[in-house]
Write a protein of this length. Structure first.
Length: 137
């Protein structure tokens, strides 16, 4: 079985309207979890921090009426929900590593002259180094 990826628009208003105003965002988060349990057929659900921040953006009394999420379910039954349009941290790290590898390949190795200059600096006594630094300044 492969990973399953789906996009859902989760209606929250119908559920949180049934509760007191001071409990609405809490109820909305619980309803996201219940909706995903029902539709992805799993009890092991992880809701991203971005979804939580989106629900709580206007405080406890005024959550959004609906929310759009990307959901993935892996072979082990773990369901991960991300806010639609937001990349997960894992994807960003993979892209950064690829970019770093490309940059490393593009870097030019130091020429022989630079290598010789580095060797001279290592062999030179401290007084000579201080004088060389003073001249460059």
């Amino acid at each position: 079985m492969a990973t399953i990826e789906r996009t859902y628009i989760i209606p929250l208003r119908r559920e949180f309207i049934k509760t007191a105003k001071y409990k609405r965002s809490k109820r909305a988060v619980n309803e996201v979890r219940r909706f995903l349990q029902r539709h992805m057929k799993s009890d092991n659900i992880k809701i991203s921090n971005n979804i939580n921040l989106e629900i709580w953006k206007h405080g406890i009394r005024n959550p959004p009426g609906k929310i759009k999420v990307n959901v993935t379910k892996d072979d082990a039954g773990l369901v991960k929900a991300e806010l639609f349009g937001v990349k997960s941290k894992v994807e960003e790290k993979k892209e950064d590593k690829k970019e770093e590898k490309v940059e490393e390949k593009k870097e030019v190795k130091p020429t022989e002259e630079k290598k010789e200059a580095v060797k001279k600096e290592k062999k030179a006594p401290k007084k000579v180094k201080k004088e060389a630094e003073a001249k460059t300044e």
